[in-house]
Design a protein around this ligand. Structure first.
Ligand SMILES: C[C@H](O)[C@H](O)[C@@H](O)C(=O)CO
Ligand SMILES: [Mn+2]
Length: 418
């Protein structure tokens, strides 16, 4: 028996003593996908105009060599990252990442055929795809407004983009027999105090209604809307604020997307999950890590990440919360960034599943708050890391820091030659 198996055997006993069956937890963890964002692989450049500026109030800093410049390179990098992460995950794709047969095709004319390469790749791996219309880095969003624009023609262009993205997503869902979630995030907002806060929100609501007018089988596509407090250049006013999209999602039965980096720095999304799920059917999470002004640092094993996963598990929300990632860092190896962020998320989820929730719930219901706090502290000493290592080993991915050797070899053999 290997050291990892021995450690797991001991961990299994310790968890059994608090009523947790680690074998069952491992099976459950393996079934929960994390939607990995394509845009970490190339600094949100996309393939439409890779050397153009990134706009929309999001920014990537750093100039680490070896970024993907073609769909094939991005897929190769994703293959490498996914080979180092336990479990079977999904890919979250932006519309600006269409295959090379889309050169010169405008965003309001994109078709499923422009994403066939991605569909074939996902099918080959047996994974699902998620999708996002791209409302930034485009001449028609140059003044910071898209679906809420004053100009009817510009609004119409972006409405058509949203409509064709839903059809592309449905084609993905159909081909993969796995519903695609299409997330709508727009950058619209003002740097300084607006006079008219109402008009852009009325126009955004109308534009969304037009985009969602056609009903699509939820087995193929489901729509999500993502709220935000502020961006770079939209510090004073964001049209698609939290209240706007919460209301829109409730009234129109849409999935609400909560990005962990989109709130006030002292606010956390973990406490919002059980509130919002009283009123909307499902949530999409963009797991991220805000650091001061930046909402998109690589996810690490923070208290907030653990709190998010605990809320999903404690609330029995696993079937109602879709876990996606949203970070981008060009100052470190981009494949490593994916691996660090996704492994952290997966480990936090596993740890939450290992919690003796029934026991804790009973202590709380009995009013024994002393024992609740004592147990929460004692649980921190249970050997979750032995279960995590065993999860990695049985998923045939490197245990511990061994994954870094593989990324370094990939960097030497592939990334450094780009
Ligand atoms: C690239 C993504 O769509 C983007 O990060 C969005 O989800 C967001 O969070 C913008 O701040
Ligand atoms: Mn996001």
């Amino acid at each position: 028996m290997s050291k990892i198996e021995q450690a797991y055997k001991l961990a299994r006993q310790q968890y059994a003593e608090v009523g947790v069956n680690t074998d069952d937890v491992l099976k459950q963890a393996a079934r929960i996908p994390i939607s990995v964002q394509c845009w970490q692989g190339d600094d949100v450049s996309g393939f439409e105009n890779p050397d153009g500026a990134l706009t929309g109030g999001i920014a990537v800093t750093g100039n680490y060599p070896g970024k993907a410049r073609t769909p094939d390179q991005l897929r190769a990098d994703l293959d490498q990252a996914m080979a180092l992460i336990p479990g079977k995950h999904r890919l979250n794709l932006h519309a600006s990442y269409a295959d090379s047969n889309s050169q010169g095709v405008e965003r309001n004319e994109l078709q499923p055929e422009h994403f066939q390469g991605w569909i074939d790749w996902a099918k080959g791996k047996g994974i699902g795809l998620d999708f996002n219309p791209t409302y930034f880095s485009h001449p028609k969003s140059a003044d910071g407004f898209t679906l809420s624009h004053q100009d009817r023609g510009i609004r119409q262009f972006w409405i058509e983009h949203g409509i064709c993205c839903r059809h592309i997503a449905a084609a993905m869902g159909k081909a993969l027999e796995n519903p695609c979630i299409t997330n709508f995030w727009i950058p619209d907002g003002y740097k300084d105090t607006p006079i008219d806060r109402k008009g852009p929100r009325e126009r955004l609501a109308d534009s969304l209604d037009s985009i969602f007018a056609d009903s699509i089988d939820p087995k193929l596509n489901q729509d999500a809307v993502e709220c935000k407090l502020f961006g770079i250049g939209s510090e004073s006013y964001v049209v698609g604020s939290h209240e706007f999209y919460l209301g829109y999602a409730v009234r129109n039965n849409k999935i609400l997307c909560l990005d962990a980096g989109h709130f006030h720095p002292t606010e956390s999304i973990s406490d919002k999950i059980s509130s919002i799920l009283q009123w909307v059917g499902e949530l999409l999470l963009h797991v991220s890590r805000g650091v001061r002004w930046d909402s998109d640092h690589v996810v690490t094993f923070t208290d907030e990440l653990q709190a998010i996963m605990q809320e999903i598990v404690r609330g029995e929300f696993i079937d109602r919360v879709h876990i996606g990632l949203d970070f981008f860092d060009a100052s470190i190896n981009r494949v490593a960034a994916w691996v660090i962020g996704t492994r952290a998320t997966s480990r936090a989820l596993l740890q939450a599943l290992l919690e003796p929730t029934e026991l804790l719930r009973k202590l709380e219901a009995d009013g024994d708050l002393t024992a609740r706090l004592a147990m929460l502290e004692e649980i921190k000493n249970l050997p979750a890391s032995a279960v995590w290592d065993y999860f990695c080993q049985t998923s045939e991915v490197p245990v511990g820091r061994a994954w870094l050797d593989e990324v370094q070899t990939y960097e030497k053999q592939v990334l450094s030659k780009r």
